[in-house]
Design a protein around this ligand. Structure first.
Ligand code: SF4
Length: 316
């Protein structure tokens, strides 16, 4: 992705100027084949919007998306349809994302039919194989979504996303609604499927404990901007952007000695995306802010595996 933006224009009735919400504002990033790239940040920072525009489920306001040498933003509906098979999404809420009136077989057959998979018998066999691939029995094909637990429904959501052998899967808070033990099982399943099917994951979450065990690289988003990117090890052991440091320090640790140590607490409200502060967007909350931070927006700087957008990046 290069310089991706998604701006919404609000209001402006009766000749008023209206307001612009900068949900995604100039994001550039590379995602490597077969990796898990996690995107983290507080609610409302633009994570989901970025995931959706990368798949062109929503149109970007500007920027480029290059997928294996092909520019997606200029493809028409027909061109995009051919690529849809390769670009899929697993949604957060398994209760809302499966049609309650459809049997599991119909749910899984839908994307297969849409892409002309084969005969009715071949589609039926593929649906059964998909269920088994996610650890469910083929007898469940005749069941309805309400007959399954949350974890099982998410497995069905994963099976549906994988129906047409995709390469790139956006997992949008895909385990956030699940209990911790079920979450671990679904994460293990996603990891096994990644190895088996050579998948690339774009893993959107606000849960840093999940990121730590699951991701290869991490991008940190704040108010529509990507403020830091690095390997999971780099981000957790030596964050360079102050916002990343605060996010990491808020992750609970299972170490009784850590409890008594003082942890930095992030104070202040997130500025409104309709009324962005000048300069660095984080300056109203950043304890390291200096004069330049209030006037000049820091450009992302890349060194090796690390990208950070801050005038005064933290030293290890
Ligand atoms: Fe803080 Fe300045 Fe860095 Fe922004 S640019 S994160 S205000 S030190």
């Amino acid at each position: 992705a290069r310089n991706l933006t998604k701006h919404y224009h609000l209001g402006g009735g009766l000749g008023g100027a209206g307001q612009i919400v900068r949900a995604v504002d100039g994001v550039s990033l590379d995602i490597h084949e077969r990796e898990t790239f996690a995107l983290v940040g507080e609610s409302g920072c633009g994570k989901t919007t970025l995931g959706r525009i990368m798949l062109r489920l929503q149109e970007p306001s500007g920027g480029e998306i290059n997928y294996r040498g092909q520019e997606l933003t200029t493809l028409d509906e027909k061109g995009m349809r051919a690529l849809r098979k390769k670009l899929q999404v697993v949604f957060q809420d398994p209760y809302a994302s499966l049609n309650p009136r459809m049997r599991i077989e119909q749910i899984l057959a839908e994307p297969l039919r849409a892409h002309g998979y084969g005969s009715a018998a071949e589609i039926r066999e593929r649906c059964a194989a998909l269920l088994e691939m996610v650890g469910l029995r083929r007898q469940y094909l005749r069941s309805y979504p309400h007959q399954f637990s949350g974890g099982q429904r998410q497995r069905i959501g994963i099976a549906r996303a994988l129906a047409n052998n995709p390469d790139f899967v956006v997992c949008d808070e895909s385990v956030s609604a699940l209990d911790v033990s079920i979450q671990a099982q679904v994460l293990n399943l996603l990891r096994d499927l990644q190895d088996e099917l050579k998948l690339t994951y774009f893993f959107i979450t606000h849960d840093l404990s999940v990121v730590r065990q699951f991701a290869d690289r991490v991008g940190v988003m704040f108010l529509g901007r990507l403020v830091e990117v690095g390997t999971t090890e780099e981000i957790f052991s030596a964050p360079k952007h102050p916002y990343t440091m605060f996010l990491i320090s808020a992750v609970p640790r299972a170490d009784p000695h850590q409890r008594s140590r003082e942890r930095p607490i992030l104070k202040g409200e997130i500025p409104s995306p309709m009324d962005m502060p000048n300069g660095c967007r984080f300056h109203t909350r950043c304890p390291f802010a200096q004069d330049i931070c209030r006037t000049e927006d820091p450009e992302p700087q890349t060194q090796g595996t690390r990208t950070v957008a801050c005038h005064f990046p933290l030293e290890a």
